[in-house]
Design a protein around this ligand. Sequence first.
Ligand SMILES: O=P(O)(O)OC[C@H]1O[C@H](OP(=O)(O)OP(=O)(O)O)[C@H](O)[C@@H]1O
Ligand SMILES: O=c1cc[nH]c(=O)[nH]1
Ligand SMILES: [Mg+2]
Length: 208
Amino acid sequence: MAVTIMDHPLIHHKLGIMRRKATSTKEFRDLVSEVAMLICYEATRKLPLTDIEIETPLVKTIAKEIEGKKLCIVPILRAGLHMADGILNLIPNAKVGHVGLYRNEETLEPVEYFCKLPSDAAEREIFVVDPMLATGGSAVAAIDILKKRGITKFHFLCLIAAPEGVDRLTKAHPDIDIYIGNLDERLNENGYILPGLGDAGDRIYGTK
Ligand SMILES: O=P(O)(O)OC[C@H]1O[C@H](OP(=O)(O)OP(=O)(O)O)[C@H](O)[C@@H]1O
Ligand SMILES: O=c1cc[nH]c(=O)[nH]1
Ligand SMILES: [Mg+2]
């Protein structure tokens, strides 16, 4: 298990635009996909490669391709959907599963409402994606759900995390790799990340 905090100028710059309250819904949504792609670049660094023989216009040679290609992206609904869209630009043949969770506004605990996975999900390497890791309740619940369905190989990708969420996720699931766009300061009394960017789902879909 490893926690990787991305420290990259492009990610800092794009998150800075996303955090501004004046940023439009369209711009925010596009940036979710872009930052997800940048984090995915790092999260896929250790994927195993295999040699294959190919022909260039000049000669036969040995090229490399991703071994097995057994990948699956699992966005946590709703806000994870646009991260998945971005990642599919890089890994267009990945399968996609969906886990639907929302936070109860009073208890802050996640409520499950949907789960649909590829039939061979248990054989796949899974990339769970959600822009916000706040209390960590949603990420822990999503991985609980996926583990019950036989999945064993996980990466969790988020744009912004609070230390409280990282702590809860690493304690509940010490076996997964976590990739974080930026580690923010803390949670406020309503469970929102500070400085954060507000409610990611509402900002992606314009629902507030
Ligand atoms: O770490 P936690 O404290 O669980 O909070 C993070 C969760 O909250 C947000 O989803 P939300 O419940 O607002 O649902 P939505 O994506 O449908 O807006 C976010 O996208 C995470 O799933
Ligand atoms: O800051 C937060 C915390 C939870 N969910 C969000 O969308 N934003
Ligand atoms: Mg939301």
